[in-house]
Design a protein around this ligand. Structure first.
Ligand code: MLT
Length: 248
């Protein structure tokens, strides 16, 4: 029970997305699932935000909970935060789990899309965005076979405030590249990705994994970007095997 796992959720969601992992791991490890700045029940504070604010929040969270070292498991935006945290505080990370994420910064095209989304959300509110984005987050198999997940994800998105989502998009757009520092990651690392991920593809995740020295790479079938929600059993088994193999 000594090992601590901290799960970092993606944009524009909240910590409840980690329920299948909390249920599975809570009796084996110390499990923490913070809501990230502006999401769920977390405080927001005024903007503008940078990714560094999310990283600082995590450092403060670990200090407050007296967590000296943890396995950081970040999905998508959670992965961007974990990668930046790893650069800043490597001594506080015992292992990394990067799920459906990427190490490179946004291209100009991706940035432009984020700015368009901000303007659209400000004009129309979150309803259309929540419908479109929940569809994008999930793979075709889930949308066909587990349609309730899309409804649940849409509700989680709608529970967040428009201005907080806008400020988060700004932080994501301005984040730095982490590709050149992947070679400095010394701790055991697991890269997991849904085979049907439409946001951070299998290729992107594989490219990132190849630059990390001590890495395990796994593709999860019948899952999109939210692989931990879409195929929780397979996701948990990969994570458990990794944690046992890493002797944590
Ligand atoms: C996420 O799931 O956190 C976001 O889709 C990440 C992104 O938009 O880059």
């Amino acid at each position: 029970m000594d090992t601590t796992l901290i799960f970092l959720h993606g944009f524009p969601l909240n910590a409840t997305c980690w329920k299948p992992q909390v249920d599975y791991f809570k009796n084996k490890y110390k499990v923490f699932t913070p809501d990230l700045r502006g999401h769920g029940k977390a405080l927001a504070g005024s903007g503008p935000w940078m990714l560094q604010h999310f990283v600082n929040d995590l450092k403060i969270y670990m200090d407050e909970h007296k967590i000296l070292k943890a396995v950081l498991c970040g999905l998508s935006m959670g992965g961007y935060i974990a990668l930046q945290f790893m650069k800043d505080y490597p001594e506080r990370v015992s292992a990394l789990v990067l799920c459906d994420t990427r190490a490179d910064a946004d291209s100009n095209e991706v940035k432009d899309n984020r700015y368009k989304t901000i303007l659209k959300m400000e004009k129309e509110g979150m309803t259309v965005f929540a419908e479109d984005f929940s569809m994008l987050l999930l793979g075709a198999w889930t949308l066909k076979n587990k349609p309730q997940i899309q409804k649940d994800v849409k509700k989680i998105i709608l529970d967040n405030k428009t201005e907080n989502m806008s400020m988060t998009l700004g932080a994501l757009a301005s984040r730095s590249d982490s590709v050149s520092t992947l070679k400095n990651i010394k701790c055991p690392t697991l890269v997991l990705v849904g085979a049907e991920d439409k946001i951070t593809s299998v290729d992107m995740n594989e490219l990132m994994a190849k630059k990390i020295a001590s890495v395990t790479f796994r593709v999860i079938a019948q899952a999109g970007h939210l692989s931990n929600v879409e195929q929780p059993q397979v996701f948990n088994e990969h994570l458990e095997q990794f944690l046992i193999g890493a002797s944590l």
